[in-house]
Design a protein around this ligand. Structure first.
Ligand code: ADP
Length: 172
């Protein structure tokens, strides 16, 4: 609970970039909690496609005007960040069994680090269960369209990085 009595959940991740799978989980989070803070992990070891600033800007633009969705960045322990912002819940998405092992370990480690913070798993619509930021980047780079798999702003930003998909280029 925050000071003003609202239930706040933190949704951590890389969001490089945000996909409709993430959006689906955020919407489900909003159906249970008053506010969801999307917390982008500052990870100097990963080479992202979008800078942290770009990722924040994309998410802000997508959720423009929705006061229940916040965007922030964090480094260090997630449970410390959650405690600091007054969140008692961490939301994570579970796509498939393959996500389970890692998520299970993380959830139990986080519980050991801070038992006051609970991890809640949510499942996306089946239509997004195969979508990942990594796969989206990979196929866009190879010239595929990802309409419907990412918010339109993300589609535009991906095009700025990689150029338009081949079928949109003028045919000779
Ligand atoms: P991380 O690097 O922490 O995995 P991601 O941005 O890839 O960061 O994912 C953040 C969270 O969103 C994770 O819990 C991940 O399982 C979840 N997630 C990612 N894509 C989807 C999707 N298509 N459907 C449901 N959850 C998803």
């Amino acid at each position: 609970m925050t000071n003003d009595g609202k239930s706040l959940a933190v949704y951590p991740g890389s969001f490089d970039p945000m996909t409709n799978g993430h959006v689906d989980i955020i919407e489900r989070g909003l159906s249970v909690f008053d506010e969801v803070t999307i917390a982008i992990l500052l990870n100097p070891e990963k080479q992202p496609l979008f800078t942290v600033e770009e990722r924040v800007e994309i998410i802000r633009e997508h959720y423009d005007g929705n006061a229940r969705v916040k965007v922030d960045t964090f480094s260090g322990l997630l449970v410390d960040y959650a405690e600091r912002v007054g969140a008692s819940v961490i939301v994570r998405g579970l796509r498939a069994i393959s996500d389970f092992e890692y998520e299970f370990q993380m959830a139990l480690m986080n519980r050991r680090l801070n038992a006051r913070i609970e991890t809640v798993f949510m499942m996306p619509a089946e239509s997004y269960s195969y979508v990942s930021s990594r796969l989206v980047k990979e196929v866009v780079q190879l010239g595929a369209r990802v309409t419907g798999l990412v918010p339109s702003i993300v589609e535009r930003r991906l095009q700025e990085k990689y150029g338009p998909p081949p079928e949109r280029r003028k045919r000779r």
